[in-house]
Design a protein around this ligand. Structure first.
Ligand code: NOJ
Ligand code: NOJ
Length: 432
C-alpha cells in the first residue's frame, strides 16, 4: 500500500513526463513477466501474483499462461521490437521464437478442450482443474500474433523456418499457425466461454478476433502457396462478418457483447467493455467496423455514460477522465466477489479507441470531432496515471478510494497502456 502514497498524481508530474517514464516501466514490467525462471521459455504469466488457498482453490492465482493474455502480450512485444535498438533485437526475437515453440507444445498437449484450452501451467501442461472452457478467442489471438511473427521472419529471409515450424500448408498439420487457423475455420460457429471466463454464448469479441485471424491467415496462406486454404479461410471470414452484424442492436444504439446466451452472469444493460476490446484487437483496417464507425462511437459513448455513473471515483472533480470497468453488473473485485472495480487495461483501451478514431476522422477532414476525441483520449490516460503508482499497475483500482486492488503487475495492464501511449504519440505527431 505504501506505493500508493507516492502515486504519480501526488508527484505532480505532467502527462508528458508520465508517458515518457511509463513507456520504460511498462516495457520492463512486460519483459519481467515473460519466461520467468521457474517456467518453460516463452511462458507469459498473467501476473506474478500467486494465491493458493489452503483448500486448493486458486481462482485468484494469476501465475499461469493464459492463451489470450500471452498472445496479446507477444503482439505488443512485436511492437516493442519495431521500436527497439539493434542491441535488443536478438533478445526480443528469442522471446518470440520461444513463445512460438511453446504454443506448439500447448497445442499438442492432450486435454479435453484441445486448442480452446484457456490456460496452461508454467511447466507447459494444460490447466486441467475446473475452468471456463473452451475459450475460442485464444487460438485466434495466438495466430494473429504468430502470423505477424511469420511475416517478420519471411522479411528476414527465414521462409524455410516459417514453412517448417509455423505454417506448413499440410493437413494434418504439424505447425502452430495452420493448426489454429484450421481450428477457427472449422469451429467458429460454436458457443464458447467469453474472455472474462464467465459466460457461455456467442461473443462479439471472439468473433471479431476470429475474423481477423482468418483474414490475416489467408494472406499468409496465399504468400506460401496454400491457395485452396486461403480461399476457404476468406469464405469463413465472410460468414463471420455476417454473424458479427447481428450484434448491432439499433434500438439500444449498441453493439451487444453476447448473443445466444447459455449461462453465466446476466448483463441486462448489454454494456460490456469487451466490445471495445473486440474493435481494437479485431481491427483489420478494411472499413469493417473501423474505429470511427458510427456504431462503434455510439457503443463507446454509451459505455462512458454508464461507467461514469457506476463508480464513486468517476464523480470526484479533482480527477480527469472516466475510469472504465468490465460491465456494470460485475462483482469480481480481484481478490473477492463483493464488488467490481475499474480496470487499468480497459481505461487504456478506451484511450486507444479515442486516438485511433481521431486519426481516422482527421484523415476524413472532420477536424472538430477528431480534436474532441483526441482530448478525450488524453483524459483517459490521465485517469490511468492518477491511479497507478510509480508506473506500477495491478488489474483493478478501487471504485471508491482509487487505490490499486487485485493482482499486482498485470501484464495486460502494461501492454494496453503502452499501446495507448504509442497511439497518442502517432496521432499527435501527425497533428503537428
Ligand atoms: C473470476 C472472474 O470473474 C473471471 O473473470 C476471472 O477470469 C477468474 N475469476 C480468474 O481470475
Ligand atoms: C481475468 C480476466 O477476466 C481474463 O480476461 C484474463 O485472461 C485473466 N484474468 C488473466 O489475466
Amino acid at each position: 500500500m505504501s506505493l500508493l502514497l507516492f502515486s504519480s498524481f501526488a508527484r505532480g508530474e505532467s502527462l508528458e513526463q508520465w508517458t515518457e517514464s511509463q513507456k520504460i516501466i511498462s516495457k520492463v514490467q512486460i519483459l519481467a513477466n515473460i519466461s520467468p525462471p521457474d517456467a518453460l521459455p516463452g511462458t507469459v504469466i498473467a501476473s506474478p501474483h500467486r494465491d493458493f488457498k489452503p483448500d486448493g482453490n486458486d481462482a485468484l492465482n494469476y501465475y499461469y499462461h493464459w492463451v489470450r493474455d500471452a498472445a496479446l502480450t507477444m503482439n505488443t512485444v512485436l511492437d516493442i521490437r519495431e521500436r527497439a535498438p539493434q542491441s535488443e533485437q536478438t533478445f526480443l526475437e528469442t522471446l518470440l521464437r520461444d513463445y512460438s515453440k511453446l504454443s506448439r507444445l500447448h497445442q499438442t498437449t492432450t486435454f479435453e478442450h484441445g486448442l480452446g484450452t484457456a490456460k496452461y501451467n508454467v511447466d507447459g501442461s494444460a490447466y486441467s482443474r475446473g475452468w471456463c472452457n473452451p475459450q475460442n478467442d485464444g487460438p485466434a489471438l495466438r495466430s494473429i500474433t504468430l502470423g505477424r511473427y511469420a511475416n517478420l521472419l519471411i522479411s528476414q529471409g527465414q521462409r524455410e523456418y516459417v514453412t517448417s515450424h509455423l505454417y506448413d500448408g499440410k493437413i494434418p498439420t504439424q505447425s502452430v499457425i495452420k493448426a489454429d487457423l484450421e481450428y477457427i475455420a472449422h469451429h467458429w460457429q460454436k458457443v464458447d466461454c467469453d474472455l472474462w471466463e464467465e459466460v457461455h454464448g456467442e461473443h462479439f469479441f471472439t468473433r471479431m478476433v476470429q475474423r481477423k485471424a482468418l483474414i490475416q491467415g489467408a494472406a499468409l496462406a496465399n504468400q506460401l502457396g496454400d491457395f485452396a486454404a486461403a480461399t476457404f479461410y476468406l469464405d469463413q471470414a465472410k460468414k463471420i462478418e455476417t454473424a458479427i452484424e447481428a450484434f448491432w442492436n439499433s434500438k439500444l444504439g449498441l453493439i451487444v457483447p453476447t448473443l445466444n446466451y447459455q449461462k453465466g452472469p446476466q448483463k441486462p444493460k448489454n454494456i460490456d467493455s469487451s466490445v471495445i476490446l473486440g474493435i481494437l484487437h479485431g481491427q483489420t483496417r478494411d472499413g469493417f467496423l473501423k474505429y470511427s464507425d458510427p456504431k462503434v462511437l455510439s457503443t463507446f459513448r454509451k459505455h462512458i455514460e454508464e461507467f461514469k455513473k457506476l463508480y464513486t471515483i468517476n464523480n470526484r472533480s479533482e480527477f480527469q477522465g472516466v475510469a472504465i470497468g468490465r460491465y456494470p453488473e460485475d462483482v469480481y473485485g480481484g481478490s473477492h466477489f463483493n464488488g467490481a472495480n475499474p480496470w487499468f487495461l480497459l481505461t487504456s483501451a478506451f484511450a486507444q479507441i479515442c486516438f485511433l478514431a481521431s486519426e481516422e476522422l482527421r484523415n476524413q477532414g472532420d477536424f472538430v470531432q477528431a480534436t474532441e476525441l483526441y482530448n478525450q483520449g488524453v483524459s483517459f490516460l490521465a485517469r490511468v496515471k492518477t491511479h497507478s503508482a510509480n508506473g506500477r499497475m495491478s488489474e483493478q483500482f478501487h471504485r471508491d478510494s482509487g487505490y490499486m486492488d487485485s493482482a499486482r503487475d498485470l501484464t495486460w495492464s502494461y501492454t494496453e497502456t503502452l499501446e495507448a501511449i504509442w497511439a497518442k504519440e502517432r496521432v499527435s505527431k501527425k497533428n503537428k
